[in-house]
Design a protein around this ligand. Structure first.
Ligand code: AMP
Length: 490
């Protein structure tokens, strides 16, 4: 069934939200013009869903409560023991904020984690999640690269003709399905994810904790064998890959370790990452490159990304915590703290302006928060305000669909997301935005905002941010590169 027919069907059901998104959905048809390259992170997500406080309480009861409380205060940025894990999990559940914390490669600790019972295993990592989504949204070609590709990992990719893995065979670049490209000997990276719903209750010492919203805590594995790099012959083919795509989405830099067993450091891998971007651009100066952030614990890594990667990309996508962290590196401590505390749209827009002023290479900054998604660019951007808004509208529907269903497996699934209304702050957010857009301070910029369509009891929250950013970025590129097919935005 065509998108248009789905729409008509839903309009017949009297759903007014759908009418509002009529043109927006047509944009997906435009995706079939777009080819994208993605690198670098794919992994398996082992997910545990906490549906009530009992299991959390059981975990807490395994340890001395005083020790957990002390560890929460220490705020470990790496998990070196089960107590570090409980402390960061409880902190995430208390604040309702998502977090991703690396776990040390200690054998006993990993056995401890393996022994916890998980509910399911699914595709993880930004490249994995986004590749599958874009393949389903019928992009012309999705070229997904990850340094390790085991059989189990390859099987988690959508098996479609438009999703390909790059290899070099007899000196030639060959794009084949992941399932035809895996290497038996490659290791597997597994992240453990702990998802919790809103309203879960448990006790720690005298404190009663109730989760303020659904979210997740990620224990990220960082195997020494996984090196963040496009090696040898394939690296030489990057200009050729750059030539056959319209755009690239880069992610996973949070997985770089500061030191490896062979003495190599993060510095080595950041240099390689910079080279990769230059090579991608070598034969295609018009390629649009998007950097997608994830939670990054290490301040050093954040600084390196700000200094080495952001100056080489066109677009940024991140959540409120990450934009706060980046402007913190740039010296805006007060604004950063304010965003962390309140996520106010006024502050996020000011932070976006700071990034556009600081990095002349950036053309678009997109930030997603629980209640709104906002993007900002300079006045000379080829898209008008309404087109920019459309990029976010589609992104919000993708997020609500994924939150509701857990996964998007066909375009028709979007009708589920379309039925979720904007959150209750929508009116207020729109009026704040009008004032900001009219203010003298932002007269040299274009700003667009769409309130989120919050699903009350999301099936899963993993990958929602990646889904938002990928949807918004691909719509942006398709509108900039194929303006004659705008689908009639007025
Ligand atoms: P991230 O923190 O990068 O994973 O981004 C998560 C984003 O997904 C949030 O900023 C919201 O815009 C969106 N989101 C989170 N929870 C829900 C939900 N329950 N329903 C719909 N969208 C959500």
């Amino acid at each position: 069934m065509s998108l248009y027919l789905i729409l008509v069907k839903y309009m017949d059901n009297g759903n007014s939200y759908v009418g509002h998104y009529k043109e927006c959905l047509k944009y997906i048809d435009n995706f079939s013009n777009i080819s994208v390259f993605l690198a670098y992170n794919v992994n398996v997500d082992a997910i545990k869903y906490f549906k009530d406080g009992k299991e959390v309480q059981k975990l807490i009861d395994l340890f001395d409560e005083g020790e957990i409380i002390k560890t929460i205060k220490l705020y470990p940025r790496k998990i070196n023991s089960p107590v570090d894990f409980i402390a960061r999990l409880v902190y995430s559940m208390k604040t309702g904020k998502p977090a991703e914390v690396p776990v040390s490669e200690d054998k006993l600790l990993n056995i401890w984690f393996d022994e916890l019972k998980y509910d399911e295993e699914r595709m993880g990592g930004q490249v994995g999640i986004i590749s599958n989504l874009l393949s389903i949204l019928n992009l012309k070609r999705v070229v997904a690269y990850t340094p390790i590709l085991s059989k189990k990992q390859a099987e988690m990719f959508v098996n479609k003709e438009n999703l390909l893995y790059p290899s070099v065979i007899k000196g030639n670049l060959v794009l084949k399905k992941p399932i035809e490209s895996y290497r038996k000997e490659d290791p597997l990276k597994i992240n453990r994810i702990f998802e919790y719903i809103k309203g879960i209750e448990f006790k720690l010492g005298d404190e009663k904790i109730i989760t303020p919203q659904a979210n997740r805590f990620i224990v990220a594995s960082r195997p020494d064998a996984l090196r963040f790099e496009i090696k040898g012959e394939l690296k030489k083919k990057l200009p050729e890959i750059g030539e056959v795509v319209d755009c690239a989405i880069l992610s996973g830099y949070q997985g770089i370790k500061e030191k490896y067993s062979d003495g190599k450091t993060d510095e080595y891998y950041f240099k390689k990452a910079e080279e990769d971007i230059k090579l991608l651009k070598q034969k295609n100066m018009d390629i649009k490159i998007h950097l997608e952030f994830a939670s990054i614990q290490s301040k050093n890594l954040r600084k390196k990304i700000a200094e080495r990667i952001i100056p080489n990309v066109n677009c940024l996508g991140m959540d409120d915590t990450e934009i706060a962290n980046i402007i913190h590196i740039l010296g805006y401590d007060n604004l950063s703290n304010s965003i962390i505390k309140n996520s106010m749209i006024e502050d996020v827009i000011e932070a976006s302006k700071i990034l556009l002023d600081e990095y002349p290479n950036l053309e678009l900054v997109q930030t997603h928060t629980m209640y709104y998604i906002v993007c900002m660019c300079r006045k000379d951007n080829p898209l008008n305000d309404k087109e920019l808004k459309k990029t976010l509208e589609l992104a919000t529907v993708l997020a609500s669909t994924k939150a509701k269903l857990g996964d998007i497996s066909k375009i028709e699934d979007l009708k589920e997301g379309l039925c979720i209304p904007y959150n209750t702050h929508a009116k207020l957010l729109n009026s704040i935005l009008v004032n900001l857009k009219n203010s003298d301070r932002y007269k040299d910029y274009k700003i667009a905002m769409v309130p989120s369509r919050l699903v009350k009891n999301p099936k899963s929250t993993v990958g929602l941010g990646d889904t938002i950013s990928a949807g918004a970025f691909i719509t942006y590129v398709s509108l900039v590169n194929y303006p004659s097919r705008k689908g009639g935005v007025k």
